[in-house]
Design a protein around this ligand. Structure first.
Ligand SMILES: [Zn+2]
Length: 91
């Protein structure tokens, strides 16, 4: 029974998906934010032979998830802006 368990793991070591999947995905973080109203996730994704990209997801209990797809340099710009904004908001 347990002998088939390894077949569920993806051939790519960094990929967290199991079983059949068309997009490889690594889940970096998933956190509940702003008075428990938002679920924010950051993933690295690869679809087919395309280059890897960053996926930013935001979900509330009352709305479907919003997904923002970013190139690595765009994700870096957003990340730096978030760090800057966070620093300014605690001054
Ligand atoms: Zn995979």
């Amino acid at each position: 029974m347990t002998a088939t368990a390894s077949n569920d793991e993806c051939a790519l070591k960094w990929c967290n998906e199991a079983g059949e999947h068309t997009e490889h995905r690594q889940y970096l973080t998933s956190l509940v934010a702003w008075h428990q109203t938002w679920l924010v996730g950051v993933n690295v994704v690869q679809s087919g032979g395309e280059p890897l990209y960053v996926e930013l997801t935001a979900t509330t209990r009352f709305s479907p998830p919003a997904t923002v797809t970013l190139r690595p340099d765009e994700a870096e710009a957003v990340g730096q802006a978030l760090i800057e904004a966070a620093a300014r908001s605690v001054r």
